[in-house]
Design a protein around this ligand. Structure first.
Ligand code: ZN
Length: 104
């Protein structure tokens, strides 16, 4: 089984499931190619929460297949993420959001 399918929602802990392909820009892409000189990667597979009642659906939250995201404007959403972290449970991106802090 693909371990990426074990990622869980950072709001309700339900499994993240495959969602519609969408266009988004990762942080690495934003930093390395801010003007899009290397081309548009186009729509790519995404993940969303599997529980239809989850608040993340209300703001249209989705994640990249490796858990990066969510790719929505979440700061004003009022969503209270588990442990204040919007990275999916069991993901690398949750881990770095916990351990990497900006310097004061
Ligand atoms: Zn959820």
């Amino acid at each position: 089984m693909n371990p990426l399918h074990l990622l869980r929602c950072p709001k309700c802990a339900a499994r993240l499931i495959k969602s519609a392909p969408r266009r988004y820009e990762t942080l690495v892409e934003h930093c390395t190619d801010p003007n899009g000189d290397f081309g548009d990667p186009g729509a790519r597979p995404t993940l969303q929460c599997s529980w239809p009642g989850c608040q993340t659906h209300g703001i249209g939250a989705y994640w990249a297949q490796d858990g990066e995201g969510p790719f929505v404007k979440v700061f004003m959403s009022g969503i209270r993420w588990i442990d204040g972290n919007s990275g999916p449970l069991e993901s690398f991106h949750r881990d770095i959001k916990t351990k990497v802090r900006p310097t004061p």
